[in-house]
Write a protein that binds this ligand. Sequence first.
Ligand SMILES: *Cc1c(COP(=O)(O)O)cnc(C)c1O
Length: 392
Amino acid sequence: MRRVYMDHNATTPVHPEVLEAMLPFFREQFGNASSIHWAGREVKKYLDEAREKVAALMNADPQEIVFTGCGTESDNMAIKGVAFTHQDKGRHIITSKVEHHAILHTCQFMQGMGYQVTYLSVDRDGLVDLEELRRSIRPDTVLVTIMFANNETGTIMPVREIGEICREKGVLFHTDAVQAVGKISIDLKRLPVDILSLSGHKLNTPKGIGAQFIRKGTKLSPLIHGGAQERNRRAGTENIPYIIGLGKACEIAMRDFDKRHEYLRNLRDRLQEGIFRAVPHVELNGHPVLRLPNTMNVSFLYVEGESLLLNLDLEGVAVSSGSACSSGSADASHVILAMGKSPLVAQSAIRFSLGLTNTPEDVDYVLEVVPRIIERLRAISPLYQKASRSKA
Ligand SMILES: *Cc1c(COP(=O)(O)O)cnc(C)c1O
């Protein structure tokens, strides 16, 4: 049976060039980057290079990049780091209802610590309302944290406008850019963002490496205390092989940027057009245009997303319903509900997220399999029977 992986917003396969770049650092290049002798000095040189590559992808300065253990750690570091540092100013944080759990659960934790959190609503396309943001900023607001691009729908937030409002009001702005980095262009010399989080494994590195952009002059207390690594921003002996891998992944993302963007968007559009042509009663979730090139989230009305996912799996197709982190629970996606859609629409949502190894043949296979499964599931769906009877 054909196997098609279309869940790249959950994780991506390791790029062969990334793996190749990492291997020497599991073998002969084993030094500790803090050591003064040759073994350390050589590794330190490669560490610096990797930092330059990560910075270059986003037009940041290398000194503004800190390596972390994962995207989740970066998100935690931003929220807790800013909150602890700026306690004297206040204890209010603003975020949105459609964030990843790495942000939402950290905010809930902060509420338990006595902080107040405002969760901004979004419109039907998943965008925050800038006026609501402006109104929500208070004298005691210490941080606004709003994602760059949504992991479930691919909707791209108005990051520049959000940042401008934060600048004007003198509030720090963090963005979870885990899904955006490498997929859309980010120029941190021009974007008013103070802190930005990214993760390697959404960008073809192995899991367990992340980074944080911290704009020069931004005060942020560390999450992890210990040695003086990462300019005292994140203690612990650096995970050199993984850092090298992330550097390589960023280098490749920059080198192949236009080619990748176009390739993914063409494949995604071919999939989207095919689905909408072949299957009745489907609804796109997410902004039709302001969207990641690789992501398509659709609700197949009257069908349970979870059943569709399992049936696709039986046919070798890996996709996701809701967010990967909440699969296993029957809960409808908090993201799609926040977009004002009904629980029925939310429960029938499926995310297809494409990657570099997907081919037009993969898309054609999915387009052959999906209509068949939908027809079968709808034939046994009481909701569908009822709906089609009332229409007739
Ligand atoms: C995957 C993801 C994270 C978490 O990153 P990890 O490296 O898996 O911890 C955070 N935010 C978003 C938007 C993500 O998609």
